[in-house]
Write a protein that binds this ligand. Sequence first.
Ligand code: NAI
Ligand SMILES: C[C@H](CCCC(C)(C)O)[C@H]1CC[C@H]2[C@@H]3[C@H](O)CC4=CC(=O)CC[C@]4(C)[C@H]3CC[C@]12C
Length: 369
Amino acid sequence: MADSAQAQKLVYLVTGGCGFLGEHVVRMLLQREPRLGELRVFDRHLDPWLEELKTGPVRVTAIQGDVTEAHEVAAAVAGAHVVIHTAGLVDVFGRASPETIHEVNVQGTRNVIEACVQTGTQFLVYTSSMEVVGPNTKGHPFYRGNEDTLYEAVHRHPYPCSKALAERLVLEANGREVHGGLPLVTCALRPTGIYGEGHQIMRDFYRQGLRLGGWLFRAIPASVEHGRVYVGNVAWMHVLAARELERRAALMGGQVYFCYDGSPYKSYEDFNMEFLGPCGLQLVGARPLLPYWVLVFLAALNALLQWLLRPLVLYAPLLNPYTLAVANTTFTVSTDKAQRHFGYEPLFSWEDSRTRTILWVQAAGSSAQ
Ligand SMILES: NC(=O)C1=CN([C@@H]2O[C@H](COP(=O)(O)OP(=O)(O)OC[C@H]3O[C@@H](n4cnc5c(N)ncnc54)[C@H](O)[C@@H]3O)[C@@H](O)[C@H]2O)C=CC1
Ligand SMILES: C[C@H](CCCC(C)(C)O)[C@H]1CC[C@H]2[C@@H]3[C@H](O)CC4=CC(=O)CC[C@]4(C)[C@H]3CC[C@]12C
């Protein structure tokens, strides 16, 4: 981005721009990035809502493509000033094979980096995940941790393994010379569990509760805390990081940032009830209804059934040994690194985030009836 930055209009590329987070990033850029001249939205599946965006003042280019195809990525990246790489395969339920998860999340990210280097794109923001840190397989709590907190990160599941490898690639690429001789500047943002409009698991819990006559049953102790973050604030952090990478390259290049906001620390289920409660659901039990060992047994049984049934049918329930371990381990972040490095403040208050999410759950739930 040259000296005439004031006047220059910039080309942004968002990979995975039709996903849950990607859509919010796309809309946020259009609303809040004054230097945006063209917005390229790259995704394997293009959504119809993209068409509405094409009538605005900014040129919106929809590109159907696959991050695992290097030539498709290179064609999309060519001429872009900034890439926000949010495309990924989010699967902790065993729907996709470990090889596919690796291919999309690791090779896909490698393709994005190489495309930046080949075509001369200098700024890359990567959507990483809290999962690159933990929870680890030993179930150690991560309590109010920040980017410097020491934690034994041990990955076995394909999803966190892939995110950790991809994040490392992005950070190691910082400083590489891109076509034209300038250095690549990269950073990685690590959201905790994201919630908000478009959150499919929240919608699934709502529908499940409706099917059970308005009841959900506590499985996890209320004392296990999770840090959650509103999707609008995650999108805003991406937009700000992308904007500031040029001016603060020396400070931000090669850095990681947890995504945070003012959402309260609660157990996964109690947090969901902040939205599902006002939609008419109730969480039964002050304590888990089943002993933990029963859940461990059921999770192992689900894993066995998944393996046995795989040749016939895809059996991928929410409960498996990995999701149980994550749901049952405290993981909360408390940090101001993004605020110090690039002036991030949450754009949406907790009250606002909550209201927006409730309205979405109500609409998404009723459209399912
Ligand atoms: N949902 C969450 O709680 C969290 C998500 N993340 C990360 O945020 C990013 C976005 O996640 P979500 O929006 O939740 O997932 P999502 O599944 O809603 O969105 C991912 C998007 O990437 C696209 N995509 C997948 N494979 C692709 C490929 N081979 N080529 C091109 N596009 C492809 C999908 O079509 C989808 O539109 C991911 O990188 C994920 O790892 C990080 C932390 C938490
Ligand atoms: C599905 C889990 C809750 C069900 C537990 C049960 C069956 C006992 O009721 C979810 C609990 C925690 C979630 C994960 C967490 O928010 C961190 C994540 C980060 C990501 O990058 C991707 C998504 C996820 C792994 C998220 C997935 C669902 C949970 C395991």
